[in-house]
Design a protein around this ligand. Structure first.
Ligand code: SP5
Ligand code: ZN
Length: 376
């Protein structure tokens, strides 16, 4: 992967993010090869070698509790040790935490539930799928990913125009008290909250990942001070997260109108995808936001095995130009993207586009018929 030209946007990373490395994820009851793997870190690092590297600074649990239930944080931090003590390695050879029991509303039927004393049964209180397993290095990596996002937000709060957090495992499916979709803590939500806490009045989160960021939506659902806008493959066509991400989900209470979902058909491609990015860009611009968080999933790419959206590298560069053109202080947070050979260059193209957009201030219209790439 070529390094490309020297760029100024800092890349915030941590070697600890490599420590979570799921060889398998349990899908439809079967261990299938892991998708959200440690090698993603190095694929991205190689491609952004022209950027200044900054190592993430540790932040305490209080920062995590700004968007997450302390019980989720404590559970994630301790559950692997509890799993080892439960002797599941000896019993069935399983050294990763995998739920098998889910106390859903259908199960409790309105009755009060106690916490399960057995850790293998307690897991389903927090985990909402079987793909998102916890191994020996998961918590250090999850904490490091959150630190990447918080460090990038601190840089931007201190005046850096934009910073990129090489956060993995990703975050946008993590809800206030739940984890799933390869996500444990919501890195983008942490960054948005940190910008609010640093004095920004209204923060927009724009989610470019191929999947709907149900966790980010849930965290800010009733808040008007953090907007959430997403374009993603239509859950109505069968894709994850299956039960959320429809266009009629627009927030409630003080957050009414502060959520916007643009579900897209499989096979969408660059033109319609960039039209949707433009629509979100205009929505953010009209709302008078003073900071931007981009949930930068690159799994909408044509080569990606986890989505059918068929977006190209030019598409991701164009999205960067459009969102950078808002001229807002920006934190870009890594989300999904699973095709290791192209993952890094997709990220690098978006970072380049964003920086170029911020410099040239292309906050005007996207010219009609501009095709796959947005105007320079
Ligand atoms: C952050 C992010 O992009 N999470 C994506 C979670 C969606 N995963 C759904 C996986 C559906 C099963 N895919 C089959 C893979 C077999 N290994
Ligand atoms: Zn995704």
């Amino acid at each position: 992967m070529s390094a490309g030209p020297v760029s100024s946007m800092p890349v915030v990373w941590s070697p600890d993010t490599r420590r979570h490395d799921p060889k398998h994820e349990v899908w439809v009851g079967v261990p299938t090869p892991g998708t959200e793997v440690s090698a993603r870190v190095d694929a991205i690092l190689d491609a952004v070698a022209g950027h200044p590297l900054v190592e993430a600074q540790p932040h305490g649990a209080e920062a995590l509790h700004r968007v997450h239930d302390p019980e989720l944080v404590a559970f994630l931090a301790s559950v692997h040790d509890r799993w080892l003590a439960g002797e599941y390695v000896e019993l069935v050879g399983q050294d990763r935490v995998v739920p098998y029991f889910f106390p859903t509303p259908a199960m409790s039927a309105g009755l009060p539930l106690r916490d399960a004393p057995a850790v293998h049964a307690l897991v389903g209180r927090f985990a909402y799928d079987t793909m998102t397993t916890v191994g020996p290095g998961t918590w250090p990596a999850v904490a490091a990913a959150a630190d990447c996002a918080l460090t990038a937000a601190a840089l931007v709060a201190a005046g850096t125009p934009a910073a990129y957090a090489l956060a993995r495992p990703p975050g946008h499916h993590a809800t206030p008290a739940g984890y799933g979709g390869s996500c444990y803590l919501n890195n983008a939500a942490l960054a948005a909250q940190a910008l609010r806490d640093a004095g920004r009045d209204r923060v927009a989160v724009v989610d470019l990942d191929a999947h709907h960021g149900n966790g980010t939506q849930a965290i800010f659902w009733e808040r008007g001070d953090v907007l959430y806008g997403s374009l993603h493959v239509d859950p109505g066509t069968g894709w994850f997260p299956h039960v959320l991400g429809y266009a009629d989900e627009t927030g409630s209470g003080g957050g009414s109108g502060a959520t916007r979902n643009l579900p897209l058909a499989p096979g969408t491609g660059d033109d319609a995808w960039l039209d949707a990015v433009s629509a979100l860009r205009d929505w953010v611009s009209d709302a008078g936001c003073d900071a931007l968080v981009v949930s930068l999933g690159v799994d909408a790419a044509a080569a990606d095995p986890e989505s059918p959206l068929e977006v190209t590298e030019d598409g991701y560069r164009g999205a960067g130009l459009l969102l950078g053109g808002l001229g807002l202080p920006s934190v870009l947070v890594q989300e999904g993207g699973y095709h290791l050979p192209s993952l890094g260059s997709l990220v690098a193209a978006n970072l380049d586009g964003h920086e170029q957009g911020q410099v040239s201030g292309t906050s005007g219209e996207r010219s009609a018929g501009s095709g796959p790439s947005a105007p320079a």
